[in-house]
Design a binder for this molecule. Structure first.
Ligand SMILES: [Zn+2]
Length: 143
């Protein structure tokens, strides 16, 4: 799953099926365990151990940031069903650019959290750069 159209479609199927856009609620419904670790740099982390999926979130982030990090990690859990661990370091355009999977997880997060009527463009038509800007804009918001 790598083109934006199919990630957008997949995310909307999830929203329809579980009737929520809240990544924490979705994780609970999908039997993905949420844990908290006060990392110094890491914002979040996804890992799979013995077929059990875990999303680790830095509790020092504000709620808005935790929502985005959780949605991003949920993207890894659902789109990248492998045993690889993914870490969300300091969010920056450059390290996001480095990894296709990071871009996909961001696209999932934006498709999940941003209601289509909130932006003046179809979400599936957003470029990777626009997606990253939305994530960065929101993760820096305080409150
Ligand atoms: Zn990631």
């Amino acid at each position: 799953m790598n083109d934006s159209q199919s990630i957008f479609k997949y995310t909307n199927e999830i929203i329809e099926r579980y009737k929520t856009r809240n990544p924490f609620t979705l994780a609970a419904l999908l039997d993905i365990k949420i844990d908290y670790k006060p990392y110094s740099i890491l914002k979040g982390h996804y890992l799979k151990v013995a077929d059990r999926k875990y999303i680790i979130i830095n509790p020092n982030l504000n709620y808005q940031e935790q929502l985005i990090v959780c949605a991003h990690e949920l993207g890894h859990a659902l789109l990248h069903d492998d045993s690889e661990a993914h870490s969300l370091m300091a969010l920056s355009l450059s390290n996001m650019d480095a990894d296709q999977k990071e871009r996909e997880a961001n696209r999932f997060a934006v498709s999940l959290l941003v209601k289509p009527e909130k932006i003046n463009k179809e979400i599936c038509d957003l470029t990777d750069n626009e997606i990253e800007k939305i994530v960065l804009l929101n993760i820096q918001k305080v409150g």
